[in-house]
Design a protein around this ligand. Structure first.
Ligand SMILES: [Zn+2]
Length: 133
């Protein structure tokens, strides 16, 4: 028979955050992923080089088109970044590491995770090194 303290220590090491709803956060991440993934595929086609009929389209509308393309590229870049953050957060959930700061290892505040489940850092680390440390 195992010593009660050993069992307790084992339970503690296996335990995940109980102040956050991991199941809800997981479905939130999956829903966001499902929402973004098809958009990311589609915008890939939109970012092909701008081909314009110079005889028909003036300089201004060509600039408009280029500007629009730059904005689309920026949107796609952000979307891609968010998808990567979501994938990383889902991986941390699977590994049982979710909810702990990747930098200092301290638990990330439940409210912070509720606002953005993909956040990998606690509020102190996200804010950067404090001057008095
Ligand atoms: Zn931290």
């Amino acid at each position: 028979m195992q010593h009660p303290n050993e069992i307790f220590a084992k339970l503690l090491s296996m335990e995940q955050r109980n102040d956050i709803d991991l199941t809800a956060l997981r479905s939130q991440l999956l829903a966001r992923q499902a929402e973004l993934a098809p958009l990311a595929e589609r915008s890939h086609e939109d970012s092909r080089p701008v081909e314009l009929d110079q005889t028909r389209v003036g300089r201004l509308s060509r600039m408009d088109a280029l500007q629009g393309q730059a904005m689309a590229a920026e949107t796609e870049r952000r979307r891609h970044q968010e998808l990567e953050r979501i994938a990383a957060a889902l991986k941390r959930l699977e590994d049982g590491e979710f909810g702990n700061c990747l930098s200092c290892g301290e638990p990330i505040a439940a409210r912070r995770l509720a606002a953005d489940p993909t956040t990998p850092l606690c509020i102190a680390c996200a804010a950067g090194p404090s001057p008095d440390r």
